[in-house]
Design a protein around this ligand. Structure first.
Ligand code: EPU
Length: 426
C-alpha cells in the first residue's frame, strides 16, 4: 500500500463483523446437526481459510456477497485437520474442541509459533483432559479421543501464566456443551468474542451461563442443532479507525460499533487529549490541529479484557510517536509482539525496547519510507504512521492486513486518505 501522508481524514466508516468472533463461531457450527447462519461475517482472508477448512472437514460452507455465512454440519464429518491448513491460520486450532465432542476423536496438526512468539496450546489441552479426553502429541499432531462413555463435565481452572486464554476458553467451552453433566471453567476469558460464541452455542441448544465473567458454567446436552445469529462488530477494527482519525486530527465517525467494548481505549484517548464523541453505536473523533493540541504522551499496558487489547498495541505505539513526551508501552499478553518497532523507526520514530516494554519518545515528524509489515496489527500501525508521515510510505506485504481488515484501502480512500494498493514485484 502506498500512503501519501499529511491529509486529515474525514467521513464515516462502518465497522465490519469481528474476525476473532467469527472464526471460533464457525468452528462452533461443527457441533450442530443443522444449519448455522452467521449474519454480518466479515469478508477476510482468514474467513476464507476457515471456510475451506470446514469444507475439508465435510461441512459445506458458503459466504454470500453481503458476508453472511451458511454452514451445514448436519452430515458426516471428518476428524482430521491437516498441517497445510492449520499452519496458515492459528485459529484453526479451535476445531479441536468441537470435533472431539462431536466425533469422539480428532487429529489436528499442532500450530507453530508466529512472528510474535511461541503461542503454546498447553492450556487448551489441559482443559480438554480435565473433561476426560485422552490426548497425545505425536508427529506434530494433537491426537485426542473421548473416554469410554464420552466427555464428562468437570470443574477446572483454565488460566495461563499470562492470564486467561481466549481460544483455549473457546475450545473447552465448545467441547463441554456435549459433555455429560456440569462443567465449571474458572479463569475463563471474558472477551466479547467468548460471549458471542456462548450466545451462538446457546441458540444452537447449549446451556451456558456466566459467559463474560471469569466463571463459566456449562450443563452438557445430548445434541446441538442449527441457529441464526449476528456476528458482533469488530472492536479492534473500530479502534484502529478511531485511532487513525485521531492521529490525523480528522473527524471520523466509526459507525456500527460497540463503544462499550472499547471503554479502555476511549479512556486512554481522553488521557492522550484526543477529542471524541460517543453514541450508542458510534465513536466520532473530533477535528484537532496537531500543532496546537499535540497528542499527550500516555502509557499503556496490554491486558486481558476489559484491559487494553494487545491487538491495538502497535496502533497505540504509532500514535505515541506523535506525542509531546515519553510514553511507556508494556506488552503483557505477547512479550515478543514488537515487529513494528524497527519499521516505525525507519519512518523516524524514536523507540527503545527493553524486555516486554517499549519507550517511545515523540518526534516532530515522521518521514515516509518503504517499510515491511510482518503481522496483521503491525501492518495497521504502519499504515497509520504513513498517514501522518511527510511524503510517501510504502507498506509491503499487505497480505497480512487482508487477514483481518476488510477492504482497508477503499474505506480509507473514501474518507480522504491518499492510499493506493499496487502489486508487489519481488
Ligand atoms: N497461552 C498459553 N497457553 C495456552 C494458550 C495461551 O500460555 O494454551 C498464552 C499465550 O501465549 C499468550 C496468552 O496466553 O501469551 C494469551 O493468548 P490467547 O490464548 O488468549 O490468544 P489466542 O486465543 O490464541 C486470540 C486472538 C488474537 C489475540 C489474542 C489475545 C483469535 C483468532 N486470535 O488469540 O488475535 O491477540 O486472543 O487477545 O481470536 C489478532 O487478531 O491479530 C490476534 C493475534
Amino acid at each position: 500500500m502506498i500512503v501519501e501522508g499529511g491529509r486529515p481524514l474525514e467521513g464515516e466508516i462502518h465497522t465490519a463483523g469481528a474476525k476473532n468472533a467469527v472464526l471460533p463461531m464457525m468452528a462452533g457450527a461443527l457441533l450442530g446437526r443443522g444449519r448455522v447462519h452467521l449474519r454480518g461475517a466479515p469478508k477476510l482472508r482468514d474467513v476464507r481459510f476457515m471456510t475451506s477448512l470446514l469444507r475439508d472437514l465435510g461441512a459445506p460452507t458458503e459466504q454470500a456477497a453481503n458476508g453472511d455465512l451458511e454452514i451445514d454440519a448436519s452430515g458426516d464429518l471428518s476428524s482430521r485437520a491437516p498441517y497445510d491448513t492449520v499452519r496458515r491460520m492459528r485459529a484453526s486450532i479451535c476445531v479441536l474442541g468441537p470435533l472431539l465432542a462431536r466425533q469422539g476423536r480428532v487429529e489436528v496438526s499442532q500450530p507453530g509459533g508466529c512472528v510474535f512468539g511461541l503461542r503454546p496450546i498447553d492450556v487448551h489441552i489441559r482443559g480438554l483432559r480435565a473433561l476426560g479426553a485422552d490426548i497425545s502429541l505425536e508427529n506434530g499432531n494433537i491426537q485426542a479421543k473421548v473416554p469410554p462413555g464420552g466427555l464428562r463435565g468437570a470443574r477446572m481452572y483454565l488460566g495461563s501464566a499470562f492470564g486467561s486464554t481466549v481460544l483455549g476458553t473457546a475450545n473447552v467451552l465448545m467441547a463441554a456443551t456435549l459433555a455429560k453433566g456440569m462443567t465449571q471453567i474458572q479463569g475463563a476469558a471474558c472477551e466479547p468474542e467468548i460471549v458471542a460464541l456462548a450466545d451462538q452455542l446457546n441458540a444452537m441448544g447449549a446451556r451456558i451461563t456466566g459467559h463474560g465473567s471469569p466463571i463459566i458454567e456449562i450443563e452438557g446436552v445430548d445434541e446441538l442443532g442449527g441457529a441464526e445469529v449476528d456476528v458482533i462488530p469488530d472492536r479492534i477494527e473500530a479502534g484502529t479507525y478511531a485511532l487513525m482519525g485521531a492521529m490525523t486530527g480528522g473527524r471520523v465517525r466509526v459507525t456500527g460499533c460497540r463503544p462499550d467494548h472499547l471503554l479502555i481505549l476511549l479512556d486512554m484517548m481522553s488521557s492522550a487529549g484526543l477529542p471524541f464523541e460517543v453514541g450508542p453505536d458510534w465513536i466520532e473523533t473530533q477535528a484537532r490541529d496537531p500543532r496546537e493540541a499535540p497528542v499527550r504522551s500516555t502509557d499503556v499496558s496490554t491486558n486481558v479484557y476489559p484491559g487494553f487489547p494487545t491487538d491495538l498495541q502497535a496502533q497505540w505505539m504509532a500514535l505515541m510517536t506523535q506525542a509531546d513526551g515519553i510514553s511507556l508501552i508494556s506488552e503483557r499478553i505477547y512479550p515478543e509482539r514488537w515487529t513494528h518497532i524497527p519499521e516505525l523507526m525507519r519512518l523516524g520514530a524514536d523507540i527503545r525496547r527493553q524486555n516486554n516494554a517499549a519507550v517511545v519518545r515523540g518526534v516532530d515528524r515522521l518521514s515516509g519510507a518503504p517499510v515491511m509489515a510482518s503481522d496483521l496489527r503491525a501492518s495497521a500501525a504502519l499504515v497509520m504512521a504513513g498517514l501522518v508521515a511527510d511524503g510517501r510510505t510504502e507498506v509491503r506485504r499487505m497480505y497480512h492486513l487482508e487477514r483481518g481488515y476488510e477492504a482497508m484501502e477503499q474505506r480509507l480512500e473514501a474518507i480522504g486518505a491518499g492510499v493506493m494498493m499496487v502489486e508487489e514485484d519481488e
